[in-house]
Ligand binder design. Structure first.
Ligand SMILES: Cc1cc2nc3c(=O)[nH]c(=O)nc-3n(C[C@H](O)[C@H](O)[C@H](O)COP(=O)(O)OP(=O)(O)OC[C@H]3O[C@@H](n4cnc5c(N)ncnc54)[C@H](O)[C@@H]3O)c2cc1C
Length: 404
């Protein structure tokens, strides 16, 4: 039995400092430009790959930390640097996580390296679930995958929307319905490799925030992939569908556990944005003088900063707890993963709004980063499960009641 401690170990501190250096020296100076350009920041991803922050080894090393904290520390620093650039660096991990969760060991060996590429030839991946009529309700996907026995191929048709790296990714992981009558339990995930005929980018979205991250529709028209691109393989899928049809144990429990385990990573991004805004507005409040004194000398400003700091620290504790639970495989009996993402996301929105208030007019204009942080923060109450859906998960877990 070890003593309880919230102190970071030397490896964790080194990682935190290293990623902070990249965030401070490379991301911060580039953030405004890529927010304006609204396109994938390839030079920044390449820079991240060069020093070892983008790539398989980085993720493998961070996940090897048995406390679960290393990845959270790295993500908080990246998002502190800039949330849009951070999403461009981390977007690939959404596809990778889906391959890890659903692929066979052989499929993981084959496809995960292809998601990152090499230093000379950087690649990116996308994970496509959401559709125009299926956002929060992922059980109602319309994208269909039909097996063609004659050629041992799957044929995919449908439209995915709001997809990070959608249409420009080298590897797309597409979630499609294989047995529509089974709704959410009749779905499977497919790799669509680069250059596959029938996959194309639809509309590219112009967004409010995280504008350095590419978001677009992915259109699938008679898109044929080899049988080996079904994650987990056909035998396992057939077995699972047969079990569901017999009314036996459903697989939705496992999917829910996977979502809960990945939510703290989203919370850590929100945390990074909130901390950036808090630090900036604290410094500003000490320097800005009105009525002959620093504005922080007014309780109304100082108390805002006290609350901002308190909410950020509380969010970090929830994020760290959920990350530790995921790493040590503790069951999320109360929706602790959802709590971390929900609280950190809402904290980021609130803290960045208060930061604008502290800066006054300077908070509202693009010459200063605070308005960007506020625009960036809002997505954290929407994607990877909206705040309402997180509350639903927590409420159902604590009550055992199927709350609607
Ligand atoms: C920038 C960006 C990047 C994204 N990246 C990806 C990606 O890479 N891959 C991917 O698959 N998806 C991605 N998404 C999609 C994202 O996950 C969805 O937008 C999100 O799940 C919400 O779905 P929706 O937009 O259809 O909203 P809806 O589900 O239509 O929700 C609208 C509102 O209704 C509320 N609501 C819905 N159902 C309930 C309920 N049962 N109880 C209470 N309230 C409810 C919601 O909380 C929300 O407030 C991305 C979205 C954005 C904007």
């Amino acid at each position: 039995m070890t003593d309880f401690s919230l102190e970071l170990n030397d490896d964790q501190k080194t990682l935190q400092d290293w990623v902070h250096g990249f965030a401070s020296n490379v991301m911060r100076p580039a953030a405004h430009e890529w927010d304006e350009r609204e396109e994938t920041p390839w030079p920044i991803i390449e820079e991240a790959a060069k020093i070892g922050i983008y790539g398989l080894d980085f993720f493998a090393n961070a996940f090897a930390d048995k406390t679960g904290l290393s990845m959270m520390l790295a993500i908080e620093e990246l998002a502190w640097g800039d949330a849009g650039l951070c999403m461009s660096i981390l977007g690939t991990s959404l596809g990778v996580a889906a391959i890890v969760a659903n692929g066979t060991p052989e499929q993981q060996m084959e496809w995960i390296p292809q998601c990152f590429g090499t230093l000379d030839d950087i690649k990116i991946a996308a994970f496509a679930v959401s559709e125009p009529d299926a956002g929060s309700d992922v059980s109602s996907l319309r994208t269909r995958a039909v097996y063609d026995q004659a050629t041992d191929e799957w044929v995919l048709n449908g439209t995915k929307t709001w997809i990070t790296n959608g249409g420009i990714a080298n590897v797309h992981v597409i979630v499609a319905s294989v047995a529509p009558e089974l709704a959410g339990r009749g779905q499977a995930s497919f790799i669509v490799p680069e250059g596959t005929k029938g996959l194309r980018m639809g509309q590219k979205f112009k967004k409010m925030g995280i504008r350095a991250s590419h978001t677009a529709e992915v259109v699938l028209e008679d898109c044929r992939v080899p049988g080996s691109c079904l994650l987990g393989g056909k035998d396992k899928l057939d077995e699972r569908l047969a079990r569901v049809r017999e009314g036996k144990k459903a697989s939705s429990q496992a999917a829910m556990a996977t979502f809960e385990a990945t939510r703290p990573a989203v919370g850590a991004q929100a945390l990074g944005i909130a901390r950036a805004a808090y630090e900036y507005s604290l410094d500003y409040a000490k320097e800005r003088k009105q009525f002959g004194r620093a504005i922080i000398e007014n309780q109304s400003i100082a108390f805002k900063l006290a609350d901002m700091k308190m909410h950020i620290d509380a969010a970090r504790l929830l994020v760290w707890r959920a990350a530790w639970m995921a790493a040590t495989r503790k069951p999320f009996l109360n929706g602790e993963g959802s709590m971390s993402k929900l609280y950190a996301g809402e904290t980021a929105v609130k803290v960045t709004e208060e930061a604008i208030q502290i800066l006054g007019g300077y908070g509202y204009v693009r010459e200063y980063p605070v308005e960007r942080w506020h625009r960036d923060s809002k997505i954290y109450t929407i994607f990877e499960g909206t705040s309402e859906i997180q509350r639903l998960v927590i409420a159902r877990n604590i009550s055992g009641v199927r709350i609607q």
